[in-house]
Design a protein around this ligand. Structure first.
Ligand code: PGA
Length: 253
C-alpha cells in the first residue's frame, strides 16, 4: 500500500518571518493526518523552518541540489548541506528548472543519485508541454523523461523515489488536468516504473502536480495511480494547503 504524499512547492516565495507564520498556523491544522506531508522551501528558509516542523512529522525539502559533493560551484548547494539542515526530500527536474535553467534528464538523474547517497528522497518531476500534448506525444515524452531521469537509480533504492507528473500546461495556470487525463498518464508512468524496476515499480509513489486546489484534490486522489500531489500556489496558504492534506475529508464536495 502506497502512503499518500502531499508536498508543498513554495518556489521563490516567503521570507523567514512568513515561513514561521505559516508553520505556526499549518502544523496544528494537519495534526494527526495519516499521510506524508512535505514542504519544499527556498534554501534560505530551511535552517529556521526545520525546527518549527520538528515533532510534527512534516518533512522538510529543498527545491534543487547540486550533484557534486563540494567544490568550486558558486551559488550551488550540495546534498550534505541539505542533510545538515534536516532535509528529507528534494525536488529535482521541476519543469521550471528544465525550461529556465537547462536541466536535462541526465543532470536530473545525477542529482537523484547524489541525493539517495545522502539518504534524501528525490521527488523527480516529469511532464509534457501543451504543444507536446496537442501533438499526441504526452505519454511518450513523459516516458522518455522518466527513463532518462531514473536511469542511474538502482532497483534497491527505487522505492525511495517519488515521481511527480506535472503537465507544464497545468502549472500555475488554474487549468488542472482532469482526474481522467492525470490517471491515464499516471498509469503509463506506473508501467514504465515496472519496466525499469520490476515489482518495486508498484511501490513508487506518483504525485500529480499542476493547479491542485482544495476543491480538486479529492477527485484526483481517488484515482488508482495518483498517490499524492505536488502543490505550488495553493501551498502558500496554510488553510488551503491543510485542506489539500486532508483531502479525504474537507476536500470532498
Ligand atoms: P501550481 O504549481 O500548483 O502553482 O500549479 C505546481 C508545481 O509547479 O509544482
Amino acid at each position: 500500500m502506497r502512503r499518500p504524499i502531499l508536498a508543498a512547492n513554495w518556489k521563490m516565495h516567503k521570507t523567514n518571518a512568513e515561513a514561521i507564520d505559516f508553520a505556526e498556523a499549518f502544523v496544528p491544522l494537519v495534526a494527526g493526518a495519516d499521510v506524508d506531508v512535505v514542504i519544499a522551501a527556498p534554501f534560505t528558509l530551511l535552517d529556521r523552518l526545520g525546527p518549527k516542523l520538528a515533532g510534527s512529522g512534516i518533512a522538510l525539502a529543498a527545491q534543487n541540489v547540486n550533484p557534486n559533493e563540494s567544490g568550486a560551484f558558486t551559488g550551488e548547494i550540495a546534498p550534505a548541506m541539505l542533510v545538515d539542515v534536516g532535509c528529507r526530500y528534494a525536488i529535482v527536474g521541476h519543469s521550471e528548472r528544465r525550461a529556465l535553467y537547462g536541466e536535462t534528464d541526465e543532470v536530473v538523474s545525477q542529482k537523484a543519485v547524489a541525493l539517495l547517497a545522502h539518504d534524501i528522497r528525490p521527488i523527480v518531476c516529469v511532464g509534457e508541454t501543451l504543444e507536446q500534448r496537442d501533438a499526441g506525444a504526452a505519454l511518450s515524452v513523459v516516458a522518455q523523461q522518466l527513463r532518462g531521469s531514473l536511469s542511474e537509480i538502482p532497483t534497491t533504492r527505487a522505492a525511495e523515489v517519488v515521481v511527480a507528473y506535472e503537465p507544464v500546461w497545468a502549472i500555475g495556470t488554474g487549468r488542472t488536468a482532469t482526474p481522467q487525463i492525470a490517471q491515464e498518464v499516471h498509469e503509463s508512468v506506473r508501467a514504465v516504473l515496472s519496466d525499469l524496476f520490476g515489482s518495486t515499480g508498484a511501490e513508487i509513489r506518483i504525485q500529480y502536480g499542476g493547479s491542485v486546489k482544495p476543491e480538486t484534490v479529492y477527485d484526483l486522489m481517488a484515482q488508482p495511480d495518483i498517490d499524492g500531489a505536488l502543490v505550488g500556489g495553493a501551498s502558500l496558504d496554510p488553510e488551503a494547503f491543510s485542506r489539500i492534506v486532508r483531502f479525504d475529508r474537507e476536500g470532498a464536495k
